[in-house]
Design a protein around this ligand. Structure first.
Ligand SMILES: Nc1ncnc2c1ncn2[C@@H]1O[C@H](COP(=O)(O)OP(=O)(O)OP(=O)(O)O)[C@@H](O)[C@H]1O
Length: 581
């Protein structure tokens, strides 16, 4: 228990010394509350002591003791509530914010699907359980132990043999508690793992609904999710089974100790070693002394569960930090340079192999190459979603690792193929990177991105709330909203992953116009699929198996046989496009 208290206090201190102080004050108040509870016995003793002349004065004195006891309990319970419970909510809000902050600074490689489930489960279920149970657990146990210790210490002065019994009861009870906590360790981890697996499967099931419906029967589709539900049920069951037997033993220890107190009090009285009023008071006390501790049995089991959950939070919070400095990047200009860059996702396969490339400021570079050749990886390295394994990426002469990733990305706009729009208004989606932008500026950007018309036709115009992911818009519309977002940001470097899927001619025309607005005067790196974009580029690089195998202008590359010439003729045949130059 002390280890848990220390851990919770350390966690609080990591946010602010005031949070730690508040929890300590809360626990002290909880002990004082136990003191006032024990004080109720004073009224019992006083009535018994004056049993031969019970009059109005004695009754009032007893009532006074009871009132002081109840008022004390009330006041200190109130202080416990505001010092511990409210502080608990603050701590866990800060914990969630801390994880959010760390996620922002993690390299993109950190975000695998599995990790996302672990993070989601930790930030929702695990932290919620901590919120709910941590204070119950701390107050339940500290109050229970305080009550038993205060009363036992008092018995030392009245009848030491009884005090020996009560202290022994506390010691054996806490030993059983320790056994209980050890048992809980393995099952807590199992329950958390089952919870994460279940979240994983449910998210996968919901996300892949269209594919599941097309390629499998509903039963098959649900099978994996069902298996995860069953796994969770079994883990929950094992958790209960591990706890129940020992929990009964835990309560039994205190009940036996209470009976021993009864027996000792009677024996001491019959032997004339204890006056009747004290003996009777001890009989009442025998049922009170462990009452709080017995009630805290769930909290006792929870302590280990909470420790397991705190471990999980620590693991998830150990998010690697990509930045090695807090200084912002200080580029001189906005040319982009890759100097002998190599990179591998897994140690055993290089995806980018010794690539060198220079894109002068304000020029365009089109990257083409077969599927899986490393085009996306290359542009992601420029944006520092990952750090290179060898060589360097430089922007305006500065190695991108010399500043924070955030300061680099302030100079970069990315337009992805898979556009993600937030479940928010169209306006907020457009001004996402520039929250202070005015409505007029948003409209201006939307006009330049050729999306003003369709946005105006939406039911609430710019205030229309989009579905998460932008599902309520067509693919072309989504892409143009994301271009408006990038225009709004007005970054000097634009990274563009052109849509591979062909859009209808009307949409394509609008899209080309929007992209032209976005990229005018910028340093542009585009993964190009449309022939016109490629042919107009100041330089074209052809990537194959992670290496640059051809580079030059369209005219230069068309002179020689090679991947580029094949790419051009394939495009012409496949789409029936003609080079409009
Ligand atoms: N997150 C990742 N983890 C591990 N391997 C990856 C990851 N992303 C891509 N790869 C692998 O790296 C190689 C290059 O992928 P990349 O996406 O850069 O190619 P690409 O040329 O952009 O392909 P496409 O044109 O099909 O989008 C591929 O073999 C791919 O399987």
């Amino acid at each position: 228990m002390f280890a848990l208290v220390k851990r919770v206090l350390d966690l609080a201190a990591s946010f602010s010394p005031a949070a730690r102080r508040s929890l300590i004050v809360g626990m002290v108040c909880n002990v004082l509350k136990a003191f006032f509870m024990a004080g109720m016995l004073g009224a019992v003793f006083w009535a018994l002591e004056n049993r031969d002349h019970l009059d109005g004065v004695v009754a009032l004195q007893c009532l006074g003791i009871l009132l002081v006891s109840v008022a004390g309990q009330y006041v200190f319970q109130y202080l416990v509530d505001i010092k511990m419970d409210a502080q608990g909510f603050d701590i866990f809000r800060d914990l969630r914010l801390r994880v959010g902050d760390r996620l922002k600074g993690a390299p993109m490689g950190y975000f695998s699907e599995q990790r996302l489930s672990a993070i989601t489960t930790t930030l929702t279920t695990t932290v919620h359980q901590l919120e709910e149970f941590m204070t119950i657990c701390l107050t339940g146990l500290s109050g229970g132990v305080a009550m038993a210790v205060i009363m036992s210490a008092f018995f030392l002065f009245v009848a030491w043999p009884v005090a020996v019994i009560t202290f022994a009861g506390i010691a054996v009870g806490l030993y059983v508690l320790n056994v209980l906590r050890r048992r809980a360790t393995s099952v807590t981890r199992e329950v958390t793992a089952a919870q994460e697996a279940m979240s994983d499967k449910v998210i996968e099931y919901a996300r892949g609904m269209a594919v599941l419906r097309t390629f499998s029967t509903p039963d098959e589709a649900l099978a994996a999710a069902k298996a995860s539900f069953e796994q969770k049920r079994q883990a929950d069951y094992r958790q209960e089974a591990a706890a129940q037997g020992v929990l009964k033993l835990y309560a039994l220890v205190f009940n036996v100790a209470s009976c021993a107190v009864l027996f000792a009090a009677c024996a001491l009285y019959l032997n004339g070693a204890l006056p009747l009023s004290w003996a009777l008071t001890l009989l009442v006390a025998a049922f009170m002394i462990y009452g709080e501790l017995i009630h805290a049995n769930d909290a006792a089991f929870l302590t280990k569960k909470i420790e397991g959950e705190l471990d999980r939070v620590d693991e998830v919070c150990a998010i690697p930090k990509q930045d090695t400095t807090d200084a912002p990047l200080e580029p001189h200009g906005f040319d982009v340079e890759l100097d002998g860059v190599s990179f591998a996702y897994d140690a055993d396969r290089r995806v980018i192999d010794d690539v060198s490339l220079r894109i002068p400021e304000g020029t365009t570079c089109a990257i083409v190459g077969p599927s899986g050749s490393g085009k996306t990886t290359l542009v992601n390295l420029i944006a520092r979603f990952w750090d290179v394994d060898a060589g360097a990426v430089r922007v305006g002469g500065a190695d991108v690792r010399e500043g924070t990733a955030e300061s680099l990305l302030a100079n970069v706009s990315m337009v992805f193929q898979n556009v993600y729009l937030f479940n928010d208004t169209v306006e907020n989606n457009i001004k996402f990177g520039v929250p202070d932008a005015t409505h007029e500026q948003v409209v201006q950007a939307a006009k330049r991105a050729r999306c003003h018309e369709f946005i105006s036709a939406l039911p609430q115009g710019y205030d229309t709330v989009l579905e998460e992911g932008g599902a309520s818009l067509s693919g072309g519309e989504r892409q143009r909203v994301s271009i408006a977002r990038a225009i709004m940001k007005d970054a000097p470097i634009v990274i563009l992953d052109e849509a591979t899927s062909s859009v209808d001619p009307e949409n394509e025309h609008e899209l080309i116009a929007a992209i032209a607005e976005l990229t005018r005067g910028k340093t542009l790196v585009s993964i190009a699929h449309r022939l016109n974009t490629v042919a107009d580029a100041d330089q074209i690089i052809v990537v194959d198996e992670g290496r640059i195998v051809q580079r030059g202008t369209h005219e230069e590359l068309m002179r020689d046989a090679g991947i580029y010439r094949d790419f051009v003729s394939l495009r012409r045949e496949a789409a029936g496009w003609r080079l409009a130059r």
